[in-house]
Design a binder for this molecule. Structure first.
Ligand code: COA
Length: 159
């Protein structure tokens, strides 16, 4: 049983994240998309809102589950008996930070391997903060996020 976790802030979950989840689901028996609760990023959406949005987006994938975590990622991976951490690499600028994180996680837990997946090139320019900025300025986010998330973004910024 190969179980992978896909951690992130997902504020909000985008089509680029969804693309990575589809690729991971094709490679591993089970994938847990896990929302970081202690992110220093001061998220726009609460943890529960982010979990709900991801659940709605992945409802057709029955080997993918959604959860949240706090504290050390490798500790959580061990608790979940996951052998693999998935991270998305969009472009070379992601590499330095991801490389450092992967090596540190390997120092902390030798038996957990980070696997990098590249999203479709259509999504290499996407990030959660750019999506939030577009929504905040009244632009349409439909092409960038799974169904339902554009509406939630509009509601957030109108309230
Ligand atoms: N499509 C679209 N956007 C993507 C993407 C994709 N495929 N892959 C990454 N991104 C974007 C995200 O939207 C996010 O954009 P933003 O900065 O504009 O919000 C950015 O890339 C990176 O975010 P994310 O992938 O969510 O990672 P993160 O940096 O927010 O989260 C954790 C990193 C939570 C996994 C990491 O901090 C962690 O493990 N924390 C736990 C504590 C710990 O163990 N620390 C020791 C680590 S060595």
């Amino acid at each position: 049983m190969k179980r992978a976790i896909y951690p992130g802030t997902f504020d909000p979950f985008t089509n680029g994240h969804l693309d990575i989840v589809h690729r991971a689901a094709a490679l591993f028996d089970e994938v847990i998309v896990t929302v970081a609760r202690n992110s220093s990023k001061k998220p726009l959406f609460t943890t529960d809102e982010r979990i709900d949005m991801i659940k709605e987006s992945i409802s057709s994938l029955n080997t993918v589950h959604v959860d949240s975590f706090e504290g050390l990622l490798v500790k959580y991976a061990k608790e979940k008996k996951a052998q693999v951490i998935i991270r998305g690499l969009r472009m070379i600028s992601d590499f330095e930070f991801e490389f450092q994180m992967a090596l540190m996680n390997r120092k902390l837990a030798e038996d957990i391997t980070t696997v990098f997946l590249m999203p479709d090139e259509r999504y290499t320019y996407l990030s959660s903060s750019i999506v939030r900025e577009i929504a905040q300025l009244g632009g349409g986010c439909g092409p960038f996020v799974p169904q339902g998330i554009e509406k939630r973004l509009k509601e957030k910024y109108s309230s």
